[in-house]
Design a protein around this ligand. Structure first.
Ligand code: UDP
Length: 373
């Protein structure tokens, strides 16, 4: 009997490692031909650039034990995410900060003036408890900034009206009345020097762990398993028998060039008539490296079909009932723990995923003891 972990991303690796350290034999299965899930990175053989194959991943956290954990398995390089957005015929700084506000409104506000301006002339203060993405935006930045930076981008990214999306999605982004253009406000921020695949490979590198690539989970695995940790899609585990939960998938249009294509790692496109959401230029995620050529991805978001890779759980308000049913089924499923962004159908960042995986492993061990006990 062994532990079977489905998915070789952060959840699977962290749980697998902890249980392997406690003496369990662990089989980690992944249906893809590589580890690290959607965090997978690889070096482009032509340019030498480290490519974030499934889109940009910047590690940021306030959780000390998570930072200690990841930096214990790989060297992290300092990285500051500074995102730009092209809207109309101008390039602005994100997240919305004093520079964005002054440029957008043609002003020279100081912080208090900008705050008063937004609050008295832009924000819809009649919204006291914003429920949807749109209400959250109208309450905090008002219609002009909302339409420029959020409405078009969000419609492209999520394929639905921002009135249908939860306010929590926009709460990911800060609004600043100073010139701080750090996209994240966390204490720690960085990118593993040799990429995420190297990091996750190091976590999985243990004599008690066997990784099986190109290996979908099957009944045979289930019958041999003492316990299963499932980090695949929640509805996928149940064969989608109640219907499919909504996910977004991404398509990347890759192109290469000489020199520096856009001068930054991430350029968002707020306008609805530009079909892609953003262009990422991968060598800028490794500013400590130097490359003559460059690799860029134009990123397009669309509804996730049956054979596509899911990236983002949508969590539409109207999907709540279906989600609750799947959650109840997951709760009742004996011998299986559902983990991670897809397994719990939540828009989790890497650090929270790791923190939760640590808890799952400890919970398991506290119930079952170490393999030797
Ligand atoms: N968003 C937006 N305009 C932007 C950047 C983000 O409207 O220029 C919205 C969009 O709905 C997005 C959400 O804010 O899904 C969260 O953004 P974040 O950068 O956290 O998205 P991620 O990098 O996880 O795709």
């Amino acid at each position: 009997m062994s532990i079977v972990i489905v998915g070789a991303g952060f959840s699977g690796a962290v749980i697998g490692r902890r249980l392997a350290d406690a003496g369990y034999r662990v089989d980690v299965l992944d249906s893809r031909d590589h580890i690290a899930g959607n965090c997978h990175t690889h070096r482009c053989p032509d340019t030498g650039v480290m490519v974030h194959a499934y889109g940009p991943h910047i590690f940021h956290t306030d959780i000390q034990k998570v930072w200690d954990y990841v930096t214990g398995f790989a060297e992290f390089m300092p990285y500051r995410n500074q995102v730009k957005s092209t809207v109309g015929d101008a390039v602005y700084s994100l997240p919305i900060n004093l520079h964005t506000i002054n440029q957008f409104f043609g002003k020279t506000f100081r912080p208090d003036e900008a705050r008063a301006f937004i609050e008295s002339t832009q924000a819809d203060t009649s919204i006291t408890d914003p429920q949807s993405f749109e209400e959250q935006a109208l309450r905090f930045v008002g219609p002009a900034l909302y339409e420029a930076f959020f409405k078009g981008y969000t419609e492209k990214q999520w394929g639905c009206a921002p009135t249908e999306l939860p306010a929590s999605i926009l709460k990911r982004l800060p609004l600043r009345f100073n010139y701080n253009d750090n996209y994240f406000a966390h204490k720690y921020q960085g990118i593993p020097k040799e990429g995420y695949t190297n990091l996750i490979g190091n976590i999985l590198d243990h004599p008690n762990i066997d990784v099986h690539l190109n290996t979908p989970f099957s009944n045979a695995h289930a019958s041999r398993a003492d316990h299963v940790f499932w980090s695949g899609p929640l509805d996928g585990y149940f064969g989608e028998k109640l219907g499919r939960l909504g996910y977004r998938t991404l398509d990347f249009e890759r192109f290469t060039s000489d020199g520096d294509w856009q001068g930054c790692a991430v350029m968002n496109y707020g306008d609805p008539d530009v079909p892609y959401t953003r262009i990422t230029e991968h060598k800028h995620f490794a500013p400590w490296e130097s490359h003559d050529s460059t690799v860029c991805y134009r990123e397009y978001s669309r509804a996730c079909g049956a054979d596509d890779i899911p990236y983002y759980p949508i969590r539409l308000v109207e999907e709540k009932a279906l989600l609750s049913q799947y959650e109840a089924m997951a709760q009742a499923e004996e011998g299986v723990t559902f983990v991670g962004r897809l397994g719990t159908y939540r828009y989790l960042d890497m650090d929270v995923t790791i923190a939760e995986a640590m808890v799952h492993a400890e919970t398991f061990l506290s119930r079952r003891g170490t393999a030797a006990s």
